[in-house]
Design a protein. Structure first.
Length: 96
């Protein structure tokens, strides 16, 4: 089965994701302290060994995914990375 994104392209990379063998709730911690921080660390450990880490992160960045751990990054981390990419892209020299 192929999942299709908003552009209509197949998301074949999802079939190889390390997270498929884990409870999806692990990747969607509630809160920002205590147990949630431990959960974020556990999710990121799964991501570190994932063969499709880059496509997963790219998907989340392209689609502005606002929740969960995608490509080894929290929504906050993805937002910071996207802001840096926009700054670089918009700078006259291509360097922020």
């Amino acid at each position: 089965m192929h999942l299709v994104d908003a552009t209509g392209s197949a998301q074949e990379w999802r079939g190889g994701a390390a997270c498929l063998n884990h409870d999806p709730d692990l990747f969607f911690p509630e809160g920002t302290a205590g147990p949630a921080l431990r959960q974020v660390d556990q999710a990121k450990q799964v991501c570190q060994s994932c063969p499709v880490l880059a496509p997963c992160l790219g998907f989340a960045l392209r689609h502005g995914v606002a929740f969960g751990i995608w490509g080894g990054a929290t929504a906050e981390e993805r937002g910071q990375g996207a802001a840096r990419l926009r700054a670089w892209h918009n700078s006259p020299t291509g360097a922020a």
